[in-house]
Design a protein around this ligand. Sequence first.
Ligand SMILES: Cc1cc2nc3c(=O)[nH]c(=O)nc-3n(C[C@H](O)[C@H](O)[C@H](O)COP(=O)(O)OP(=O)(O)OC[C@H]3O[C@@H](n4cnc5c(N)ncnc54)[C@H](O)[C@@H]3O)c2cc1C
Length: 381
Amino acid sequence: MDFELTGEQLQFRKVLRSFFEQHASIEEMARLEEAHEFPSTIYSQMAEIGLTGLVIPEEYGGNPADSVTLCLAVEEISRAGATLLMAWIPTVTCSRIILDHGTDDQRLRILPGVVAGTTRMAVTLTEPEAGSDLTHLKTSARRDGDEWVINGQKVFITGADTADYLVTLVRTADRSEPGRGLTMVLVPRKAAGVSTQPLRKLAGQGTHTCEVFFDEVRVPASETIGEVGDGLRVMFQLLDHERITCAAQSVGVAAGALDLALTYARERRQFDVPIIEHQSIAHLIADMAIDVEMARLFTWRAAWRLDQGLPASLDASMAKVAASEASTRIVSNGMQVLGGYSYMVEYGMERYWRETKLNEIVAGTNQIQRSMIARQLGRSR
Ligand SMILES: Cc1cc2nc3c(=O)[nH]c(=O)nc-3n(C[C@H](O)[C@H](O)[C@H](O)COP(=O)(O)OP(=O)(O)OC[C@H]3O[C@@H](n4cnc5c(N)ncnc54)[C@H](O)[C@@H]3O)c2cc1C
C-alpha cells in the first residue's frame, strides 16, 4: 500500500494553501460574513487557478482531477472558510449532474461558463417537509405542451440567490409512485415566477442559504436532466462523491483548527511557560492531531477506492461519519486550547466552531449514514 501523495498532489496543495493564505485571511472571511457578501472576487480568482474546472473534462475547458486530488482542493477551500466552500461546492455538484445526465446542449451551454467562474448553480432538493426523505417532496412540474410548469417551495438552498441555474428535483407523477415520480429539471434562476429569500444562519454567511419559491415557472421540457421519473436515481449516483466531499470538508476545518491551536499553544505563556508545556493542553493537541489523521486517512481511502473503480459506498459513508464527528471534537478541543481568545473573531477558531456541525447534517445526516452502513454490513454477511 502507498500512503504518500504524488509530487504533483503535494505541489497542488502547497499552491492552494498559499493562495488562500493570501486571498482569504481570517479578517477577510469575517468581513464577508459580517457584510453577508458573496465572495465574488475570490471566486473569480479561484476560477483563474483552475478550481472551478476540477470535475469538468478538457473538452469543456476544464482540468479534471482524480478524487484524492479533489479532496485536497475541498480540504483547502473548507479550511479557508465555509463562505468560500458554500460558494463553490453547489456548482461542482450540479456540474457532475449535468455531465453525467445532461444533454449535449446543456453541457455545451453551461460547463465552459462554470470553468470560467461566470456560471454558478444551486442544488435545489430539500423542502420544508422533505429533508432526509426526498420521496415526499411536493414541488410539482406539470406538462403543458413543450414546457414544464413548476410550482412549490424549496428550503436550505445554498447559493440560490446568486446562481444562474437551479438544478431542481420536482414531482412529475403522483405519490403512488414515490421512487419513480421525481425528475430533475434545470431552471434558470431568473425565470419568471422564481424568487429567493435568504435565511439567517449560523455560519458561511457570505454565501446565502435560501428559501426558493416557484410560482407557475415555465421551463422548456428540453431542460429535463436525465429521464423523466429518474430524478432519485440521478441523485443516488452522486452519493459517494457527496459523502467523500463532505468528509474532506470536515478534514479541512479540523486541520485548520489544529494548526491554529498548535500555533497558539506554542506562543501563549501562562505560569511562566508556553501552555503547550502543560500536559493537559499537550494532550488536547495530541488528541486533535490523532483525530485529524484518522479523518484524513478514512477520507482519502474512500476517494482512492473511487479512483480505482472499487465499490466505495460503505467507505464513503464511514468516512463521512468519522470525519465529521472527529472535526466537531477537534474544534471543541481547539476552543479549549485558545481559552477566552477562542471566542474572538480575529483568532479564527470561533468560525470553525460555527462551521463544523453542518458536516454531520448535510450529504445525508449521520443517523441516515449509520442506517446505511448497518444495512450494507447486514447484506454482506
Ligand atoms: C446550511 C445548510 C445548507 C444546505 N444546503 C442545501 C442545498 O444547497 N441544497 C439542498 O437541497 N439542501 C441543502 N441543505 C439541506 C440538508 O441537506 C438537509 O438539512 C438534510 O438533508 C436533513 O434534512 P432536514 O434538515 O429536513 O432534517 P430531517 O430529515 O427532518 O431530520 C431531522 C433529524 O431526524 C433524523 N432522521 C430523519 N430520518 C431519520 C431516519 N430514517 N432514521 C434516523 N434518523 C432520522 C435526522 O438524522 C436528523 O437528526 C442544507 C442545509 C443546511 C443546514
